[in-house]
Design a protein around this ligand. Structure first.
Ligand code: CIR
Length: 254
């Protein structure tokens, strides 16, 4: 596996925050949490390419939002919040060395945080950051590569689809009770429901049986351990403060 990550700018405290967070409070702490995240990726054998942060973009560490990877290609998105559009060039520049890039039309908007690959299917959130034109672009992109796509309505109390739903094990989805319903998901998916108050813990990052989880969510951790997974607990407080989760901090590809 390979990954793109981007460090924490000095402006990070100005990062957007409206859902899980009320704004980052400590840049040095954020940098230290980011360092642990990158070290953990490397421990799993991921080759990590680090992009320099830029102070004009407080949210630039959340690189996931700029690209959706399918096989050897990446769809470069137009993120849904105007303040973040300028982050794209650096991510695009880094990915173009390794993947075939497809660009979105200008009216299409999408945050990569709304997209989850689930086997041969892509689940996409209809959210405040992702519009119909963006969803159509994604559909064309994934169908041309042999995948299907299913749209899921993101509840108004969540930034993105994968803020509240990821796949810890092939065929299995993790989601908080009361935020999404069984009928939202593919009919063949097994849903592991976590308590409403642990909703933030629904975003996990898996490398086979090794799974990165946010520290401090005991019920979710127990549920995953019962499935035979080895958990790697990550301190995420300064990312949660800016509505960011584990997956947001990297673009992963083969
Ligand atoms: C934002 O609101 O855009 C950032 N503060 C957080 C983005 C998190 N990204 C993600 O979930 N993929």
């Amino acid at each position: 596996m390979r990954a793109i990550v981007r460090g924490i700018p000095s402006s990070y405290e100005k990062g957007l925050a409206k859902y899980f967070g009320t704004g980052p409070t400590d840049i040095e702490d954020a940098r230290s949490q980011h360092k642990s995240y990158v070290a953990k990726l490397r421990e799993f054998g991921v080759t990590v390419k680090e992009i320099e942060p830029h102070d004009s973009y407080p949210d630039c560490c959340f690189v996931e939002d700029h690209a959706v990877v399918a096989g050897d290609s990446a769809l470069i998105t137009n993120v849904g919040h105007d303040s973040r559009l300028g982050e794209k060039a650096a991510v695009q520049g880094a990915l173009k060395e390794d993947l075939n890039l497809v660009l979105m039309e200008s009216e299409a908007r999408m945050d990569g945080g709304d997209v989850l690959q689930f086997g041969k299917q892509f689940l996409v959130g209809n959210s405040t950051r992702t519009n119909e034109a963006g969803i159509q672009c994604l559909k064309d992109f994934v169908e041309a590569r042999g995948f299907t796509m299913q749209v899921i309505q993101v509840p108004s109390n969540s930034l993105h689809l994968i803020s509240i739903c990821t796949s810890p094990i092939p065929g299995v989805l993790l989601a908080p009770e009361g935020w999404l319903a069984q009928s939202d998901f593919p009919s063949d998916a097994e849903i592991l429901w976590i308590p409403d108050k642990e909703a933030y813990a629904a975003n996990v990052l898996s490398f086979g049986k090794d799974v990165m989880v946010a520290a401090g969510y005991p019920h979710t951790s127990r549920l995953l351990e019962e499935r035979g997974l080895t958990l790697h607990s990550m301190e995420m407080s300064q990312f949660r403060a800016a509505d960011g989760s584990l997956t947001c901090l990297s673009v992963l590809y083969q």
